[in-house]
Design a protein around this ligand. Structure first.
Ligand code: FAD
Length: 336
């Protein structure tokens, strides 16, 4: 992987890093770098190298705290406490959606969630936007599912009774440079089959949304985009799944897997062992740990916590001093 070491040298990284690429295109990174940001940058760089499908990043830096290994023997001592045909790990919108969908079949399904309630992970703290699909890379599964999933939201909202506003969305442009970006999104969206996608003038955009700035000269308009309350969706999915016989165990955290002859036969949790035939990994930002428990470590997730700031009118005047203050106060803050 000479290209990795060439790029590393160009990046002026502090410390050392090594790459090991296996025949499945999994790049394993090891070594020790000067900062967390360098770990992230090197991880991203490796992911873009030709032949790399996934990255397992074990790079260290003084800012990365080493995880303490948990003693799981007390959980093993609890013995077998349950069994199911399918165990779904994670009660976010993904796990609850899968639970509801699978409840159409004659299966004993158990969803386990580490937190005290469902939708307490990323599902509780996002923008709730049902994206139209203009920016997903064409011909990928994500692009296909984005457009299809968006269309299905009308049925979900009707069947499950949650609020869904198909407002449409804009990407607004202020000058010729922005127009080029918008044109690229438009081409992408067309390839992905986003319904009704068009580039409209600033005037037309303000007809649709009068609160838009008068400085906007063009906009990408995707009428299929909409908004939901994400926890309302997860709750509606979970309730419907329960009505259809799915069982939920809350405060139940998967800590290990039982493997027999190369197949998962049980999930060890902090509540004891749950025997099962199938496991569905819907653990969000911890999905890599679940995969590793099953001996399938082919990617790693390095999540970051952040804050979103919202403002209404006169954004620029109100926001610029705040952004300057953020940059000065939190040197590592990524202010976009
Ligand atoms: C700031 C922000 C804005 C976003 N905006 C949007 C948006 O507008 N539109 C959009 O579509 N997406 C958006 N997203 C992405 C979206 O929030 C996520 O894709 C989605 O919530 C993921 O849901 P999930 O069910 O996969 O994961 P989660 O909601 O994280 O659920 C995973 C669950 O697994 C549980 N779990 C983890 N480990 C274990 C374990 N060992 N045992 C048992 N349970 C476990 C967790 O407690 C958690 O409840 C945004 C994300 C962020 C951070």
């Amino acid at each position: 992987m000479q290209s990795f070491y060439d790029r590393l040298a160009q990046m002026g990284i502090h410390g050392h890093a090594e790459i090991d690429l296996d025949e499945d295109g999994i790049a394993h990174l090891t070594g020790s770098l000067g900062s967390w940001q360098e770990v992230v940058d090197v991880g991203h760089m490796a992911a873009k190298l030709p032949g790399v499908r996934h990255v397992v990043c074990d790079l260290q830096s003084p800012e990365v705290k080493e995880k303490k290994k948990e003693d799981i023997s007390p959980y093993r001592a609890l013995g077998e406490v349950d069994r199911a045909d399918v165990v779904i790990i994670g009660g976010g919108v993904t796990g609850c959606g899968i639970a509801r969908q699978l409840s159409r079949y004659q299966l004993d399904i158990l969803l386990i969630e580490a937190k005290k309630d469902i939708a307490c992970g990323t599902t509780k703290a996002n923008n709730g936007m049902i994206h139209s699909g203009y920016d997903s890379k064409p011909d990928t599964l994500k692009a296909k599912l984005n457009v299809r999933g968006n269309a299905l939201y009308s049925d979900w909202a009707r069947d499950l009774g949650f609020q869904f506003n198909r407002t449409g969305s804009f990407v607004c442009g202020f000058d010729e440079e922005d127009r080029k970006v918008i044109e690229a999104y438009y081409e992408n969206g067309k390839k992905n089959g986003v319904p009704g996608i068009e580039i409209i003038s600033g005037e037309r955009a303000r007809e649709i949304e009068p609160a838009l700035s008068s400085a906007i000269t063009c906009a990408l308009w995707t009428p299929s985009a909409g908004y939901v309350e994400p926890y309302e969706v997860a709750l509606a999915l979970a309730e419907n799944a329960v009505d259809n016989g799915v069982r939920f165990r809350l405060s139940c955290r998967a800590v290990d897997m039982e493997i027999d002859n190369g197949r998962i036969s049980g999930v060890l949790t902090n509540q004891g062992l749950i025997k099962c035939d199938f496991v569905i990994n819907a653990a969000g930002l911890y999905a890599d740990e679940i995969a590793e428990m099953a001996g399938d470590r082919f990617y790693s997730i390095h999540p970051r916590r952040g804050d979103l700031l919202f403002s209404t009118k006169n954004t620029k005047e109100n926001f610029l001093p705040l952004l300057d203050w953020l940059r000065a106060t939190i040197p590592k803050a990524e202010v976009l």
